[in-house]
Design a binder for this molecule. Structure first.
Ligand code: MN3
Length: 207
């Protein structure tokens, strides 16, 4: 069974950019529900004994139910999201910075393009920076879809930003742009640079 990863910081760690109540509800209730519903969906499809990884499920995602799709995506997306937020600012690696400049000319331009993409998501979804054939690209997905899903084939996600209203509504209401500007202050460039270097599978807890 998948289990909800522990939240490794106090829920108020990202104040004032993301408020404590939003973080608590987002982790315990939203992410918690994705994990529970994913376990149910795996049971419904007799997949529990196989103990498939999230990446293995994504490879054959169109073979499975919508419930499995939404909740496997929800579990991966949120597990990744918590790891790429850090209230202590850090710097990207040289290799990653060069790749950003190669694809987007400058970091400032990258930030602007990312924000534009994230604002363009109609309704609920995610904006992503992916690595596709050694090239950085900005993409978006609807609902809890993930760039690794076989019918999306967008590449390996270096980081994603949750643009569901539940990620920001308490503090920002309809001001998604302001949330995006502020979340940029929290991105953990060290972790993102490591994902760029290693492209490791996401580590998620089981019991
Ligand atoms: Mn969310």
């Amino acid at each position: 069974m998948f289990i909800l990863p522990e939240f490794k910081k106090p829920y108020n760690a990202f104040e004032p950019f993301i408020d404590e109540e939003t973080m608590r509800i987002h982790h315990q209730l939203h992410h918690g529900a994705y994990v529970n519903n994913l376990n149910q969906a795996l049971a419904d499809e007799n997949l529990v004994d196989e103990k498939p990884s999230l990446e293995a499920l994504f490879e054959k995602i169109s073979d499975y139910s919508v419930k499995l799709r939404n909740n496997a995506g929800g579990h991966y997306n949120h597990s990744l999201f918590w790891t790429i937020l850090n209230e202590e600012k850090n710097q990207p690696s040289k290799e990653f910075s060069l790749a950003v400049e190669k694809s987007f000319e400058s970091f400032e331009n990258f930030e602007e393009l990312f924000k534009k993409a994230a604002l363009s998501v109609f309704g609920s979804g995610w904006a992503w920076l992916v690595l596709d054939n050694n090239e950085l690209k900005i993409t978006t997905t609807k609902n809890q879809d993930n760039p690794l899903m076989s019918d999306a084939h967008q590449g390996y996600p270096l980081f994603g930003v949750d643009v569901w209203e539940h990620a920001y509504y308490l503090r920002y209401q309809n001001k998604r742009g302001e949330y995006l500007d502020n979340i940029w202050e929290l991105l953990d460039w060290k972790t993102i640079s490591e994902r760029f270097k290693n492209q490791s599978p996401l580590s998620v807890p089981f019991k």
